[in-house]
Design a protein around this ligand. Structure first.
Ligand code: PRP
Length: 183
């Protein structure tokens, strides 16, 4: 464990078991003839979870990417969602989109994206998150697949960053307050 981390919240072993459990649920739910499952990774934080999850899913999958940003500070999610990189597919009306997120905080990002992709004409839209902080919700939103419910602590690692650092840690850890208090 590196020095900036106070404690490990989700270990590599627990992440592996979460990934296997969710992959099995996705296999069960998308084993339907005619289904065209597209895992939609929301950059950047979800890239590690996406990479592990797609390897465990047995039904055929395609992958795609979007990048969004919410206005506001780095420790508090802002009130608006901005699409920085959109999904471009001519076959969206045939795609069963499963949005892959690393974390749900206020709920604004996923709530917005689900509406956006439905309006854009996706055949179906569901959501999957590794981590969920329900105590931070600003809008009413629940994901279809949830890895782990966590308390309101500043977590980094396994894709999650503070000021673009710590994304490559193989576990999810709680950042020491003095690290983000310094800036
Ligand atoms: C994080 C996370 C979600 C969003 C969740 O992304 O990956 O996309 O915030 O917050 P919400 O539920 O309050 O909308 P972030 O903006 O930190 O970008 P990143 O993934 O590039 O680090």
């Amino acid at each position: 464990m590196i020095n900036d981390i106070e404690k490990i919240l989700v270990s590599e072993e627990e992440i592996d078991s979460i990934v296997r459990r969710i992959a099995a649920l996705i296999d069960r739910d998308y084993s339907v003839p005619g289904s065209k499952l597209v895992l939609l990774c929301i950059l950047k934080g979800s890239v590690v979870f996406m990479g592990d999850l797609m390897k465990r899913i047995k039904v055929p999958v395609e992958i795609d990417f979007m990048r969004v940003s919410s206005y506001g500070g780095s420790t508090v999610s802002g009130g608006r969602v901005n699409i920085v990189m959109d999904i471009f597919r001519k076959d969206l009306d045939k795609c069963d989109i499963l949005i892959i997120e690393d974390i749900i905080d206020s709920g604004r990002t996923l709530s917005y994206l689900v509406d956006y992709l439905r309006l854009k004409g996706a055949k179906s839209v569901r959501t999957c998150t590794l981590l969920d902080k329900p105590s931070r919700r600003q809008v009413d939103f629940s994901a279809d697949y949830v890895g782990k419910i966590i308390p309101d602590e500043f977590v980094v690692g396994y894709g999650l960053d503070y000021d673009e650092r710590y994304r490559a840690l193989p576990y999810v850890g709680v950042l020491k307050p003095e690290v983000y208090g310094k800036n």
